[in-house]
Design a protein around this ligand. Structure first.
Ligand code: AMP
Ligand code: MG
Length: 415
C-alpha cells in the first residue's frame, strides 16, 4: 500500500549510476594507527612501503647441487670440491677456476661461482665432481637467484591505500617490515527492522521469523575486514527506529535491513528524513529495488530491503564498493565475463536482474546454470550459487547456449 506523500516516487536509478554517485561523493577515513605486521591483514595501508633490503639479500642457489667456477673453460666437466655452502652457513671464500662447492637451496653462491649444476647431473668420487653428460653442462647464471631479484633495496613495494592480503604480509615480512601504519578500521553499524523478527536462539510464534539478515550483514562486513557494530533488531516503530539511528551517530556507516519500502509498516525513510537526508531511493535491479542511500550527520546511510537475498545482493552490488572507498581503498571493477547458459532465461524488461547461478564445467568448457528458486526471500539458492548471471534491463529472453554475463562471487573487491 502506498502511503500518501511519504516519499516522492522517483524513478529507479540504474545500478551503475547509483554506484558512481555514491563513490564520487564520500570522505574516506584518514585517522591512522600503527599495527604489528601480523595484525595488518585486511587493513588499508596508510603509508608507502619502501624496501630497506634486497630480496633475496644475497645471490643464492635455487637448487641442491654444486656451485661451479669454470673460469675461461665453459665446457669444463670436472671440478674439485673445496667445501660446502649450506643455507645459513655460507662458504665464505672465493672459488678459483676448476673449483666447486656443494650447495643447498637458498645457500649463498660463493664469489667466483657463476652457475649451479643440479646434483642429479653429477658423479662424485672423493672430492672430484664430474658433470655426467655434455648436455647437462649448466649455462652461466643457471639455477642462481641474483640478490635483489624479487625486490631491490629502495623499491616501493606498496603505495598507501593498498588493502593488505596474505601474500602482502609475506612480502612485507621478507623485507623485515615489522610494523605498518594503517587507516583505522571503518566502523559500520547495522540493525534489522520488523515486528516479525525474533532472536535466533528462541522459539517462533505463528508469523514470526528469525532475524537472519543481521547475521548475514555482520558476516559480510567482517569479510571485508571492517568493524561491525551490531545495534540489534528494531520493531516497526518510528520512535524505536529514531533511537536506533541515534546510536549510530559515532559510526562511519549505518546499514539497515527492512522497512524501506512504502508499506504501512515501513518507517525507515520517514525517520531518515527527520535525522538526515535521502540522496536517492530505488535502484533498478532485481532483487533489491527499494533501497535508500543518504546521510545522517557524518554517517553514510544505506537502507536495504528486508528480503534476505535482496539484502545480500544490494550489499554486494552497491554497499560493498562504497564501504571499500570509505575505508580508504579502491573498489575493484567487478570481474565479469560471458559464458553459455545451460537453460533458457526469461524476465520482464525494465530492471537489471542478478540471478543466482553456478559456473560449472560442461562438455565444451565452462557454462553457467541458474540454481534453485530465484525468489528474493530464498537464501538457499544464494548459498548454493557461486556467481551472478547479470541480465540487462532491456533483456526479456535468452535461449539455451546463448552467452550471458557472469560475475563470480570469488573475486577481489579491493583493487
Ligand atoms: P521489508 O523490506 O521490511 O518489507 O521485508 C521484506 C521481507 O523480508 C519480509 O518478508 C520480511 O519478513 C523479510 N525480512 C525483513 N527483515 C528480515 C530479517 N532481518 N531477516 C529475515 N527476513 C527479513
Ligand atoms: Mg518489514
Amino acid at each position: 500500500m502506498q502511503k500518501n506523500g511519504s516519499v516522492s516516487p522517483n524513478a529507479p536509478m540504474p545500478l551503475a549510476e547509483a554506484r558512481q554517485r555514491i563513490v564520487a561523493d564520500l570522505s574516506p577515513v584518514t585517522d591512522l594507527e600503527t599495527v604489528a605486521l601480523a595484525e595488518a591483514r585486511h587493513r588499508v595501508l596508510a603509508q608507502d612501503i619502501v624496501a630497506s633490503v634486497n630480496v633475496p639479500s644475497a645471490t643464492n642457489s635455487s637448487m641442491d647441487g654444486y656451485a661451479l667456477c669454470p673460469g675461461n673453460d665453459e665446457t669444463r666437466r670436472e671440478y674439485v670440491q673445496v667445501g660446502q655452502s649450506l643455507a645459513g652457513h655460507p662458504f665464505g671464500q672465493a672459488l678459483e677456476a676448476g673449483q666447486c662447492v656443494r650447495i643447498t637451496t637458498g645457500a649463498v653462491v660463493p664469489e667466483g661461482a657463476d652457475r649451479v649444476v643440479i646434483q642429479e647431473n653429477v658423479v662424485t668420487q672423493g672430492d672430484t665432481v664430474t658433470i655426467a653428460a655434455a648436455d647437462d653442462l649448466p649455462g652461466v647464471e643457471a639455477n642462481i637467484r641474483p640478490a635483489g631479484e624479487d625486490i631491490a633495496k629502495q623499491d616501493t613495494i606498496f603505495q598507501a591505500g593498498r588493502y593488505v592480503r596474505a601474500p602482502d604480509i609475506a612480502l612485507m615480512a621478507s623485507i623485515g617490515h615489522a610494523h605498518v601504519k594503517v587507516l583505522r578500521r571503518l566502523r559500520v553499524a547495522f540493525f534489522s527492522t520488523g515486528d516479525e523478527l525474533r532472536p535466533i536462539d528462541g522459539p517462533l510464534a505463528v508469523g514470526e521469523i528469525y532475524d537472519s539478515n543481521r547475521y548475514g550483514l555482520a558476516a559480510m562486513i567482517a569479510d571485508l575486514g571492517l568493524e561491525g557494530v551490531d545495534l540489534g533488531a528494531v520493531g516497526d516503530d518510528p520512535a524505536a527506529l529514531a533511537q536506533a539511528f541515534d546510536k549510530a551517530r559515532d559510526c562511519d556507516v549505518l546499514i539497515t535491513s527492512g522497512g524501506v519500502s512504502v508499506g504501512d509498516a515501513d518507517h525507515v525513510l520517514d525517520v531518515l528524513k527527520t535525522r538526515g537526508t535521502i540522496d536517492f531511493w530505488k535502484v533498478a535491479i532485481k532483487p533489491g529495488k527499494p533501497l535508500a542511500v543518504g546521510t545522517i550527520g557524518n554517517t553514510r546511510f544505506f537502507g536495504l530491503p528486508g528480503n534476505p537475498v535482496s539484502t545480500a545482493v544490494t550489499f554486494i552490488q552497491l554497499v560493498r564498493p562504497a564501504l571499500v572507498a570509505l575505508a580508504g581503498g579502491q573498489p575493484a571493477p567487478a570481474l565479469r565475463f560471458e559464458l553459455p547458459t545451460t537453460q533458457a532465461l526469461s524476465k520482464r524488461a525494465g530492471r537489471e536482474h542478478y540471478l543466482r547461478a553456478c559456473i560449472e564445467p560442461g562438455p565444451n568448457g565452462l557454462c553457467v546454470t541458474p540454481v534453485g528458486h530465484q525468489g528474493s526471500g530464498v537464501m538457499r539458492s544464494m548459498s548454493q550459487a557461486n556467481a551472478f548471471v547479470v541480465l540487462k534491463a532491456e533483456t526479456e529472453h535468452v535461449d539455451p547456449d546463448a552467452l550471458v554475463a557472469v560475475e563470480p562471487f570469488a573475486q577481489s573487491v579491493w583493487q
